[in-house]
Design a protein around this ligand. Sequence first.
Ligand SMILES: O=C(O)CCC(=O)C(=O)O
Ligand SMILES: [Fe+2]
Length: 210
Amino acid sequence: MTEAWLDGVAGALAEQGWLALDACDCLSRPLLEALREEIRILDRTDAMQAAGVGRGADRIRDRSIRRDRISWLQGITPPQTELFGFLEALRTGLNRQLFLGLKRFESHYATYHAGDFYKRHLDSFRGRASRVVSLVLYFNDGWRPEDGGALRVFSRDDDTRVCAEVLPEFGTLVLFLSEEIPHEVLPAARTRYSLACWFRQDEVPLPLSP
Ligand SMILES: O=C(O)CCC(=O)C(=O)O
Ligand SMILES: [Fe+2]
């Protein structure tokens, strides 16, 4: 990860609150392929659990809001160790560039099967200083617009204005400010694999709900 690359990422986050980029600029293709292999294997086992909505005791599995299945990364397997090295460098780099005081990160794989979606939401409530920067990485070859499942990004100033629809194509990486950018996952028409990560300002034990 070069300082010039970090500069670009930090600049876009500060100016527009989000950006999409090619992960091959910062992660190797063999690493991306190894992570994809992990999620494919997890998806064939009971490891992927229905995701919840809300925090703590209010947490519920509301299938009208989100339908994906998730599995938290522990950072222990070789590909996860390498990925965590990158995420840690990104955490300290963003702190250097933007003075965000990010203390740690949490990360999970997510699978959306055909028909699954995640309605418009923020990843963190403003002022909670929990999740500050969100990252999503996609693992799907040959994704076409008619496959659905795009990440719809809304304006930070007007949550009815759509800024972009990002296709979850293999190697696409999205970063955005968790407290500011509303977003949703449109219904997928085929299996959609991704990895999400949140950089947090608090130091409570992880993984946690938002
Ligand atoms: O997979 C995506 O594109 C975004 C997922 C998301 O918004 C979330 O897990 O909070
Ligand atoms: Fe989200």
